[in-house]
Design a protein around this ligand. Structure first.
Ligand SMILES: [Zn+2]
Length: 53
């Protein structure tokens, strides 16, 4: 039985990620918070939202 080398590409993640303006980490949308008290609104992650609250 021959084992073929798999050259299949892994399925691309369909998740949308945003980059936190504070820590620079790319995170999923549901981990992001938009700080609408800034203009333009700042998109930051949940952790940084705590820090800036
Ligand atoms: Zn952050």
């Amino acid at each position: 039985m021959t084992v073929e080398a798999s050259d299949k590409q892994p399925p691309e993640e369909k998740t949308t990620t945003f980059t936190c303006r504070f820590c620079g980490q790319a995170r999923q949308l549901d981990e992001m918070r938009m700080l609408t008290r800034f203009f333009p609104p700042l998109v930051v992650c949940r952790e940084c939202e705590k820090v800036t609250a």
